[in-house]
Design a protein around this ligand. Structure first.
Ligand SMILES: N[C@@H](CCC(=O)N[C@@H](CS)C(=O)NCC(=O)O)C(=O)O
Length: 230
């Protein structure tokens, strides 16, 4: 299999976590932002990465979107399972994953790129890096007002996640029988990948130490290299 990715993208990290968890051998091809569109459009009709190319005759040529990649991998190789056996719990996991994808992953992007252009500029002050950061800020409309909204959104999200993740290994668990059906799900992989850029921001490291413990644990389970800062 071949994973088309941007090397620094947290959504591509999410796909790598699933491939690693399933222990599926794969190669990566790093695309260049901007010209990536020419390669992707004919393959998926989307402009976003990750895209997985199974490179197997009986499977689709390309799967775009990290959620679709999760679904494909679960069908392609059911063991070890990423989906929960209890239908209600699996629905809850999918709902959390969708929220993390559509809302929280975006909020993290806004906060991260704002940090890298300001207080975190010394991480890589080179012209090339700062140019990429400015292009991303322009592309996604990352300005002070939008960052303020993203910060509030993330604060609430971390409160919600804290109640599930601070004292337990996994986000979905059976509240009546705490020890039952308490295992890794699509929600854990999504949270571990999509919140990982916060590891470079000192304020988040200080305020949410439990979050980074969980991110490290999930990466170890999946055999994926830790994100920068951890
Ligand atoms: N919902 C998508 C989001 C992926 C996404 O936003 N990818 C970004 C990189 S972090 C991207 O490809 N942006 C380039 C573009 O939109 O043209 C997924 O889960 O795969």
């Amino acid at each position: 299999m071949l994973l088309l990715q941007f090397s620094t993208s947290h959504y591509c990290r999410k796909a790598r976590l699933a491939l690693g968890y399933k222990q599926i051998p794969y190669q990566v091809e790093n695309l260049t932002p901007g010209i990536h569109i020419w390669k992707l459009k004919p393959l998926t009709g989307l402009t976003t990465l990750p895209v997985l190319l199974p490179q197997l005759p009986e499977y689709p040529q390309a799967i775009g979107d990290s959620t679709q990649i999760f679904k494909f991998l679960e069908k392609y190789q059911p063991q070890p399972p990423l989906f929960l056996p209890d239908e209600a719990q699996q629905q809850e996991a999918l709902m959390l994953e969708d929220w993390l994808d559509e809302s929280i992953g975006t909020a993290t992007r806004f906060i991260y790129y704002n940090f890298r252009a300001g207080a975190g500029k010394q991480i890589d002050p080179s012209f090339a890096s700062q140019l990429v950061i400015q292009v991303v800020r322009y592309q996604y409309g990352i300005n002070q007002a939008a960052v303020e909204i993203a910060t509030q959104r993330l604060k609430l999200a971390l409160e919600v996640l804290k109640s599930r993740w601070q004292d337990r290994s996994y986000l979905i668990c059976d509240r009546e029988a705490l020890l039952q059906a308490n295992r890794i799900s699509v929600a854990d992989l999504a949270a571990a990948a999509l919140l990982s850029p916060l590891a470079l921001i000192p304020q988040y490291r200080q305020d949410y130490p439990w979050l980074f413990q969980r991110i490290i644990e999930i990466h170890k389970i999946c055999g994926e290299a830790l994100p920068p800062g951890l």
